[in-house]
Design a protein around this ligand. Structure first.
Ligand code: KG4
Ligand code: ZN
Length: 379
C-alpha cells in the first residue's frame, strides 16, 4: 500500500461501525486475465469515490515460462488468490466483511474461466453477506481509473484506452456515456509492445522491458512504419509494425547463427543495436497514439484527455502528451502508475460511480454470467 492510500485511510478513519447511509463501501474483484486484484472503495455523498486499500497478485512469473497467459492456469490461480487478497484489503482498510455494501466484479471482457472465478466468488460473497452484487466492464474500470488519481478529470473528455487487448479512442460525456471514435483494426498497442519485445528476447509481458531498453537507444536509428497515421480516421493498426520490427531484427541477425532461435540471436547483438531497435519501435507506437489523440481532441473540440490502460504507464507516451497537449490548451489526466495495469480498485470505482450516477442498479439475484467479448460502446 502506498503512503497516499495509507493517508486516505487515516483521514477517513474507517470505523468498525456501520457506514452512514450516504456512504457506500464497495469491494471490487478483478480477475479478467493474469492479475488478481481486490480493493475497497468508499463513495461519500456525491464526491469522487476514495480508495481505502487495494491488493494485487500478479501471475506474470507463472506464465513467463510459456511466453504468454495460459488461461487454465490463470483461472486456477485466481481461485487461490481472491479470498486471501480480500482479507488483506479488509485488514489494510480496518474494515470488516459486514461493512461492505456492494460486491463488484469484472464481468468482461477477458478470459472466460478467469472471469467466472471472480464472478462466482463475488456472487457467493454477496449471497452470504446478503448484499447486492454488480458486474463491471473491465475497460470502463480502466477508463474511470484516473478519478482515483491526484489530478482527477471532469466530464466530458476524450479517452485513449491503451491496454494489452484494446486500443480505442472514446468520447466520454459522463458515466456510461461512451461513444467510440476509433479503434485498432488488428493488434492493440500493448500487443505491439509485447510481440516486438518477445522477438527481442525480452520475455512477457514485454512492454515495460522494451520501454526500459529503449531508454538507452536512438529512436531514429531504424525507420519503422507509422501505420494509418494519415488515414483521415481515428483507427489504428499495429500488426504491420510488428512485422516490420521482425523483418528488421532478422536483417540485423542475418550474420548470426544461434541454434537457440531468433530471440537468442537478437540478444547476441551489440547492446546499442538492441536498444536502438527498441527505441525505434517504441517511438513508432507512441507517435501514432499521440497523433491520433490530438486529432480526436481537435475533431471533438474537447480540451481534456484521459489516458488509461497498461500502456498508459509508458514514459515516452506520457512525455510526448505532456509536451503536445498544453500547447493546444488541453489537460491530460493519467491514472496513478500502480493503477494503470489491471487492478481491483478500478472495478470498485466503476461500480461506485455507476451506482452513484444511477446508470446501473446492483443485483440481488446472485445469478451471474460473464462476457468474454463485450464492446464498451454496448454498455
Ligand atoms: O491494461 P493492462 O494491464 O491489461 C489489459 O487489460 O490488457 O495492460 C497490459 C499491457 C501489456 O501489453 C503491457 O506490455 C503493457 O500494458 N504495458 C506497457 C507498459 N506497462 C505495461 N507498455 C509499454 N510501456 C509500459 N511502461
Ligand atoms: Zn486491463
Amino acid at each position: 500500500m502506498t503512503a497516499r492510500y495509507e493517508l486516505m485511510r487515516l483521514h477517513l478513519n474507517c470505523s468498525p461501525m456501520k457506514a452512514e447511509v450516504a456512504d457506500l463501501l464497495v469491494l471490487g474483484i478483478e480477475s479478467s486475465c493474469d492479475e488478481t486484484g481486490v480493493a475497497l472503495v468508499r463513495a461519500v455523498g456525491e464526491g469522487v469515490p476514495l480508495l481505502l486499500a487495494h491488493a494485487l497478485h500478479s501471475q506474470v512469473a507463472m506464465h513467463q515460462a510459456y511466453g504468454g497467459v495460459v488461461p487454465e492456469l490463470a483461472s486456477r490461480d485466481h481461485i487461490r488468490r481472491v479470498l486471501p487478497l480480500t482479507t488483506q484489503v479488509l485488514s489494510l482498510a480496518q474494515c470488516t466483511l459486514d461493512q461492505i455494501d456492494v460486491v463488484a466484479y469484472t464481468r468482461g471482457p477477458g478470459l472466460a474461466g478467469a472471469l467466472l472465478v471472480g464472478a462466482g466468488i463475488a456472487c457467493a460473497l454477496g449471497a452470504a453477506l446478503e448484499r447486492p452484487v454488480l458486474g463491471v466492464h473491465h475497460l470502463e474500470g480502466h477508463l474511470l481509473s484516473p478519478f482515483l488519481g491526484a489530478d482527477p478529470p471532469t466530464f466530458p473528455f476524450v479517452a485513449l484506452l491503451v491496454s494489452g487487448g484494446h486500443t480505442q479512442l472514446m468520447r466520454v460525456d459522463g458515466v456510461g456515456r461512451y461513444a467510440l471514435l476509433g479503434e485498432s483494426i488488428d493488434d492493440a498497442a500493448g500487443e505491439a509492445f509485447d510481440k516486438s519485445a518477445k522477438l527481442m528476447g525480452l520475455g512477457y509481458p514485454g512492454g515495460p522491458a522494451l520501454s526500459k531498453l529503449a531508454q538507452q537507444g536512438d529512436p531514429k536509428a531504424f525507420k519503422l512504419p507509422r501505420p494509418l497515421l494519415h488515414s483521415g480516421d481515428l483507427d489504428f493498426s499495429f500488426a504491420g509494425l510488428k512485422t516490420a520490427v521482425m523483418v528488421q531484427a532478422k536483417k540485423l541477425c542475418a550474420a548470426q547463427t544461434d541454434a537457440r532461435g531468433a530471440a537468442a540471436a537478437f540478444c547476441a547483438l551489440p547492446m546499442r543495436t538492441q536498444a536502438d531497435l527498441a527505441a525505434s519501435t517504441e517511438a513508432a507506437i507512441v507517435d501514432v497514439l499521440v497523433r491520433k489523440s490530438l486529432v480526436a481532441l481537435a475533431r471533438t473540440g474537447l480540451q481534456r484527455l484521459v489516458v488509461a490502460g497498461g500502456v498508459g504507464a509508458n514514459r515516452l507516451l506520457r512525455a510526448q502528451l505532456d509536451a503536445a497537449c498544453p500547447l493546444r490548451g488541453v489537460r491530460v489526466h493519467y491514472p496513478e502508475l500502480d493503477l494503470c495495469t489491471d487492478n481491483g480498485a478500478m472495478i470498485a470505482l466503476a461500480a461506485a460511480m455507476r451506482l452513484r450516477s444511477g446508470c446501473q442498479q446492483a443485483n440481488t439475484g446472485y445469478a451471474f454470467d460473464v462476457k468474454p467479448r463485450w464492446p464498451l460502446a454496448q454498455l
